[in-house]
Design a protein around this ligand. Structure first.
Ligand code: E4P
Length: 218
């Protein structure tokens, strides 16, 4: 399973990279705005800065909602760095743009996916990644993990190569549950990744090992 971090915060991306388990980064317009990154030039520079931290894929989302606009923006984003994945919304023009980019060998991530049918369309359009938002489904009392299950089944039935990128991951148990189901990738906050480290028996055990070593070597 690949681990992507879902942030535009450079310090957090560096911390995840230094941990040695980071496979890529996803961003969205809200995450960029949260970091105060505005204006076309600054936004493009920020994507370049992210690509300089990680060797992995970096999803950069288009703002246009029409086919021509998505193609123009997506081509500019893809030209920044081969690591860039053009992130497109799950709307008719987004699916069309996904097919256009996949035919050209440009990597895509179809975002804002909330149903198995939408995921099927993204795969048919040749998406590199599909992003089902599990946390936002949980937020409205719907089972987000069940959507990952459904997409896994459908993709495996037909051998689709589109990678299931479990998005809107909010906490550590989401990561573990997505791994059990067989999501190819998860993207979440740094806290969800670091939460995997924690177990009280690890801390107690280490404390005892070090105390016993000290006793024998003092
Ligand atoms: C996915 O690519 C999105 O950036 C993200 O996972 C959305 O997460 P949220 O629902 O926590 O905002």
């Amino acid at each position: 399973m690949k681990f992507f971090i879902d942030t535009a915060n450079l310090d957090q991306i560096k911390e995840a990279q230094q941990l040695g388990v980071l496979d890529g980064v996803t961003t969205n317009p809200s995450l960029m705005a949260k970091e105060g990154i505005t204006g076309e030039e600054n936004i493009l520079q920020h994507y370049k800065d992210i690509c300089a931290i990680t060797d992995g894929h970096v999803s950069a989302e288009v703002i246009a909602t029409d086919f021509d606009g998505m193609v123009k923006e997506g081509e500019a984003l893809a030209a920044l760095n081969p690591q860039i994945v053009v992130k497109l919304p799950m709307i008719a023009d987004g699916v069309k743009a996904c097919k256009y980019f996949s035919d050209k060998g440009i990597k895509t991530n179809v975002t804002l996916v909330f149903s198995a049918g939408q995921a099927l369309l993204a795969a048919k359009a040749g998406a590199t990644y599909v992003s089902p938002f599990i946390g936002r489904l949980d937020d409205i009392s719907t089972d987000g993990l069940n959507l990952i299950n459904e997409i896994r089944l459908i993709y495996d039935n037909y051998g689709f190569t589109t990678e299931i990128l479990a998005a809107s991951v909010r906490h550590t148990m989401h990561v573990i549950d997505c791994a059990k189901i067989g999501a190819d990738v998860m993207t979440g906050p740094l806290s969800a990744i670091k939460g995997l480290l924690k177990h009280p028996l690890t801390d107690i055990g280490l404390e005892k090992f070090l105390a016993d070593y000290k006793k024998g070597n003092s």
